[in-house]
Structures are given as structure tokens and as C-alpha cells.
Design a protein around this ligand. Structure first.
Ligand code: UD1
Length: 353
């Protein structure tokens, strides 16, 4: 049976907020838990406007706070959980490993325990292609051995392993791990997008700010990789496709127990310079760049073989790189300061348990 009431951890974040819109539009009831460490509750005004429906409740709670988390589960009859909440910056993870392990692994075990105590055993988990590390060339399927090379990736891989073990030992659990490749873009309305606090660390939000004149030029991290133009290759996936995949996952939680992991990607790779060219085409402006040293920890190529998820659920990405850049540019133009400029009177008044 399809779950009805979904609790989303990290629902205010980039992928979480887009997923909220899609789920509301498909008649799910939503409870959101977020500590707003890298996001703002203001996003929910826009989510609700886009979906023309209300989220049932939003809680300013850190998932490691088991008492507060338990109070949320006490108040709502949750059918399934989508667990986005995590720290996600690779570079930062190398400087703050303890923080990453505590938030990402500690947060997940706290959530699991609370779910178990409340009889909730269906989970969709945000994993990452970064678990594959430097796995070599060509599309990677889910049997590729995990070789994480930084604490962020190691935290995601550890979570996958512990979730798999819990599923082996407790047959009431069903866990679907979605290994995202590079989600980018924005909602086509221009109302929702990626709004990092401070200078963006990721390619597409950085390009958007250069195009807008807020940053001088893109630093391309290395042009001496063994790729057609020397810059690194990634599999960029529209955030709307990513969001839809979560809904499809929820619809398949009832297929059977156990842990199942799927790659979410388009299945083809683009170099950094190809993405820059696509962004220039989308914004109609030149985007200056210079080549600098490789970024420590970057790998030459990460491209998904996404056929398993298509075989299992019929899901595949439908939006292309031009859509991703056009939508990211529209969000940048409408929101030059991210969500910070949103009028106070529209702010969401968050509830606490
Ligand atoms: C990484 C993680 C991914 C994580 C994501 C979110 C890996 C392999 N992937 O993606 O799991 O979810 O971060 O933080 O660790 N680049 C530039 N200049 C810039 C920014 C980026 O040249 O200013 C290049 C990078 O070297 C890379 C590509 O653009 O080749 C994409 O980088 P980015 O958007 O940061 O994502 P990943 O590092 O691939």
C-alpha cells in the first residue's frame, strides 16, 4: 500500500524542498523536520504556493536530539520517512570529519531508533555517487565496489552498510538508498533553487553567480585530466527529476522488505567546460574563467549507469543540461540573494513540538 503521511528530514534543503512540492502535488501529507543549519524555513512559503497545498507541520529539530524527534513521531502517524538531512560539502568534510560522522551517521542512527520505537519501518535514504570514489571510466552500476575517499562519502557509505545490516536482521524494515550523481538546476518557476549560504562550493551555483556579476570568474579545477577537454566529467541531473525519483521510490516501498540501492543519474557525462558553455547559452552572457589547480579529492569522471532504477521502477531522467542551466539561471535572476530577500511578512511561522 502506498504510504500517505511522509516525514522528511532536511526538507528545507535543495533536494528536500523540490521533493516537498512534488509530494504535495501528488497528495502526500508532509511533516518536515529540519535544523535549518544550511537552509531557511522561508522556503516553505514558496513550496506551499507552488503546490497550492499546505505542509502539515514543520519542526525546527536536530535529528540527533532523540527526545525532540520522538515528540514529532508521537504527534503524527508517520507511514514512511525520506531522510535528506546531512552535511554535504566534500571539502568541509575533510576539515571537520567528526562533525560529518556525528551529523550524518549519528543523525541516521538516531532517526532509525526513533522510527523503530514508533513502528515506522519504511525509509528512503539520500546516498551519493561519491561512495564510488575514483572508480575509473565509463558508467558505473550499483555493483561497483564502494571506495569512499573523504569523510562525507565515508559517512554515506557507512550509513548504507548499517541500513543494509538492519534490514538483514529486522525484516520489518524496507530501505531504498538513492545514490545521487550531481543534482543541479531549479524549479522552472524560478521560486525554488539552490541557495547556498556564502560563496557556492558547487559548479552550477557558482556559474550562476558569475553570470549575475556577483563573482568575477569561474575557477576551473584542473584541465589536465584524461578527458576530451581536460576538465573533469560528472553526470548532472535536474533537481526536478531527482525530486520525482523520491516520489517513485515511496510508491515502491511496498514492493518488498530489505535494502535496495539505486543510482540516480542521466547516464551521460559532461565536462566542466561543457557545463560552462551550456550556462553561457542559457544566460546569453560570457562567463569568464581561468584554470587553477585540481581540487583535492576530485576524481576525473563519475557517470551513472541508471538502468537498474529504470528496470525496477520505470523511472528515468527527462530533463537535459539546457533545462538545468535555464532553470538555475531563472532562479538566480529572481533571487540574487537566495532566499534572504523574501519579505518578512511571508515568512513561515514554524511550529515546535
Ligand atoms: C560533490 C560530491 C557529491 C556531493 C556534492 C555536493 C563527489 C565525487 N561528489 O560533487 O556527492 O553531493 O559534491 O556538495 O565528491 N568545479 C570547478 N569549479 C568550481 C566548482 C566545481 O571546476 O568552482 C568542478 C569540480 O572540480 C567538479 C565539477 O565542477 O569536477 C562538479 O563539482 P561540484 O559541483 O562541486 O560537485 P562534485 O564535487 O562532483
Amino acid at each position: 500500500m502506498r504510504p500517505t503521511t511522509i516525514l522528511l528530514t532536511g526538507g528545507a534543503g535543495f533536494i528536500g524542498s523540490h521533493t516537498c512540492v512534488d509530494l504535495l502535488q501528488h497528495d502526500f501529507e508532509l511533516i518536515v523536520v529540519d535544523n535549518f543549519a544550511n537552509s531557511t524555513p522561508r522556503v516553505f512559503t514558496r513550496v506551499e504556493r507552488l503546490a497550492d497545498r499546505l505542509i502539515d507541520a514543520v519542526y525546527d529539530v536536530d535529528i540527533r536530539d532523540r527526545q525532540a524527534l520522538s515528540a514529532v513521531f508521537d504527534r503524527h502517524s508517520v507511514d514512511a520517512v525520506v531522510h535528506f538531512a546531512a552535511r554535504k560539502a566534500v571539502g568541509e568534510s575533510t576539515r571537520m570529519p567528526v562533525e560529518y560522522y556525528d551529523t550524518n551517521i549519528g543523525g541516521t542512527t538516531s532517526l532509525l531508533r526513533t522510527m523503530h520505537e514508533h513502528g515506522v519501518h519504511q525509509l528512503v535514504f539520500s546516498s551519493s555517487c561519491s561512495i564510488y570514489g575514483d572508480a575509473g571510466r565509463g558508467p558505473l552500476d550499483e555493483t561497483t565496489p564502494a571506495r569512499p575517499t573523504n569523510p562525507y562519502a565515508a559517512s554515506k557509505w557507512t550509513c548504507e552498510q548499517l541500513l543494509a545490516d538492519v534490514c538483514r536482521r529486522c525484516p520489518e524494515f524496507t530501505v531504498l538508498c538513492l545514490r545521487y550523481f550531481n543534482p543541479v538546476g531549479a524549479h522552472p518557476s524560478g521560486l525554488l533553487g539552490e541557495a547556498p549560504c556564502g560563496t557556492p562550493g558547487n559548479l552550477v551555483p557558482y556559474l550562476a553567480q558569475v553570470a549575475a556579476g556577483r563573482l568575477d570568474r569561474l575557477s576551473v579545477f584542473g584541465d589536465d585530466y584524461d578527458t576530451p577537454d581536460g576538465t573533469a566529467i560528472r553526470d548532472y541531473l535536474h533537481v526536478m527529476d531527482t525530486a520525482e525519483a523520491h516520489r517513485v521510490a515511496l510508491e515502491h516501498l511496498a514492493d518488498g522488505p530489505g535494502m535496495h540501492a539505486f543510482n540516480l543519474g542521466v547516464g551521460s557525462g559532461r565536462t566542466v567546460l561543457e557545463v560552462r558553455a551550456a550556462f553561457e547559452a542559457a544566460c546569453g552572457r560570457p562567463i569568464p574563467y581561468r584554470v587553477v589547480d585540481r581540487r583535492p579529492g576530485d576524481v576525473p569522471e563519475l557517470v551513472a549507469d541508471p538502468r537498474a532504477v529504470e528496470r525496477a521502477w520505470g523511472w528515468r531522467a527527462t530533463r537535459d543540461l539546457a533545462d538545468m542551466c535555464q532553470d538555475a539561471w531563472r532562479f538566480q535572476q529572481h533571487n540574487p540573494h537566495g532566499y534572504a530577500g523574501w519579505a518578512r511578512r511571508h515568512e513561515y511561522e514554524g511550529a515546535t513540538p
